[in-house]
Design a protein around this ligand. Structure first.
Ligand code: ADE
Length: 263
């Protein structure tokens, strides 16, 4: 998968591309990331990318021309039928795992990072195919948002994580289990433990030491439900279980927890 990132801070991406999953994905040729300096697509000696807003007001607005030219150059290099061009903006669709999964099926993504007071509206209406926000808060620019999108997408590509199973077990994943097959966003992940089994008197739940994989799987499903119920009850409505089934699973999970605490 190819990512083209358009930014005025190309160096911003050096560190994240040189570490962890993204480095591995680049080294393994599962992704190719090309960071484009927006200033390379300006036409004036000052290489200016922004200007004052028409109609007045504070701050500066990204001009349309350099962004149009950057996207046209990217498209001309290797034309694709319908290039996905994503403008990172707090005004966009809120990113979630469903959108990330959808994007991970694209052969190529262009990510536009804007700054200052925003970007000329003609970029949103005539260049971008998508506008995406990573949360209801304002960042000073789209670079962090682009990095989030890049990492979340790259790790879903075949061969990037190594252990394909772990993706299925994560929070928000939408596995094909009866528990949440119709879910839009999935559940939070189940609680994980590692050695030691007893840390300063804090014990790992007995069931996990039992070796009974069927029971462990069921316990994890119930615990994922309980965790979601406590931390993100807003997600539960989308799980796709009938309410009686949900009530029973939650009751059982809460009981198991009480028993663990007492023993
Ligand atoms: N640019 C500034 N804030 C942003 C946000 N919350 N999401 C995406 N891009 C942004």
């Amino acid at each position: 998968m190819i990512f083209d990132i358009i930014t005025i801070f190309p160096d911003f991406f050096s560190s994240i591309l040189a570490h962890g999953i993204l480095k591995r994905a680049i080294d393994g040729s599962q992704i190719s990331v090309r960071v484009r300096n927006l200033r390379d697509f300006t036409g004036d000696v000052h290489r200016s990318v922004d200007d004052r807003p028409f109609g007045g007001g504070p701050g500066m607005v990204f001009k349309p021309e350099p962004i149009f030219r950057a996207v046209e150059a990217i498209q001309a290099e290797a034309p694709v039928k319908r290039l996905r061009v994503i403008l990172l903006t707090p005004q966009g669709r809120l990113l979630n795992q469903r959108i990330v999964q959808e994007l991970s099926r694209e052969p190529r993504l262009v990510l536009i990072c804007s700054r200052y007071e925003g970007v000329d509206e003609r970029v949103a209406t005539h260049v971008a195919t998508d506008e995406i926000s990573i949360g209801d808060y304002i960042l000073s620019g789209g670079e962090l948002a682009a990095a989030v999108l890049l990492e979340a997408t790259a790790r879903l590509l075949p061969g990037v994580l190594g252990n394909e199973e772990s993706k299925e077990l994560e929070s928000f994943t939408i596995p094909g289990t009866a528990l949440n097959s119709t879910s839009d966003v999935g559940l939070l992940g189940f609680p994980q433990y590692t050695r030691p089994a007893d840390f300063r008197g804090l014990k790992v739940p007995e069931i996990l030491l039992s070796g009974n994989h069927q029971q462990i799987r069921e316990w994890r499903e119930r615990q994922a439900l309980l965790k979601t119920c406590r931390k993100r009850p807003d997600l539960l409505g989308k799980v796709g279980m009938d309410s009686e089934e949900l009530r029973r699973a939650l009751k059982r999970a809460a009981e198991e927890e009480t028993i663990e605490t007492i023993s």
